[in-house]
Design a protein around this ligand. Structure first.
Ligand code: FES
Length: 140
């Protein structure tokens, strides 16, 4: 390839893969890099900021049927959903992908991670990656 490329540039018969070695390809990489940095800043904002937010309720007993909350139970953040029948579904609020805190999506009745978009069922099962492990159950 090292010999073919200069020869093809001289003859004008540029191969398809020549763009891989084009020094101008770095411009698009820099553009993509800015987007990547912006995404990572958003992840960091959720990773830190969501931990500083206080929970919606002080105890699980305050969660009404059909409602959710992220509460601290024995020092650990739990994602708790009380279904319409009154049953409590409690799982770890820490996403199993990289550890951001999940938030409830009422329209989907699912826990979602704001960092990379993983989605979990109310009992912690993975509905959508990148996470591959379920949210561990928590006793309340
Ligand atoms: S940390 Fe939750 S999807 Fe990446």
């Amino acid at each position: 390839m090292a010999g073919q490329l200069p020869a093809s540039l001289i003859t004008g018969a540029e191969p398809e893969w020549a763009g891989l070695y084009d020094p101008r390809r770095l411009r698009s990489t820099v553009r993509e890099g800015a987007s990547l940095l912006k995404q990572q800043a958003e992840v960091a904002r959720h990773f830190v900021g969501d931990r500083l937010k206080s929970g919606h309720v002080d105890s699980i007993a305050e969660i009404a049927p059909g409602s959710d909350a992220v509460v601290r139970v024995e020092g650990r953040r739990c994602a708790v959903y009380r279904d319409e029948g009154g049953a409590v579904h409690a799982v770890s609020a820490r996403c199993t992908h990289l550890g951001c805190l999940v938030a409830f999506n009422e329209a989907e009745t699912a826990w979602e991670c704001p960092c990379h978009g993983s989605r979990f069922g109310v009992d912690g099962e993975v509905l959508h990656g990148p996470a591959v492990r379920p949210l561990p159950p928590r006793t309340t």
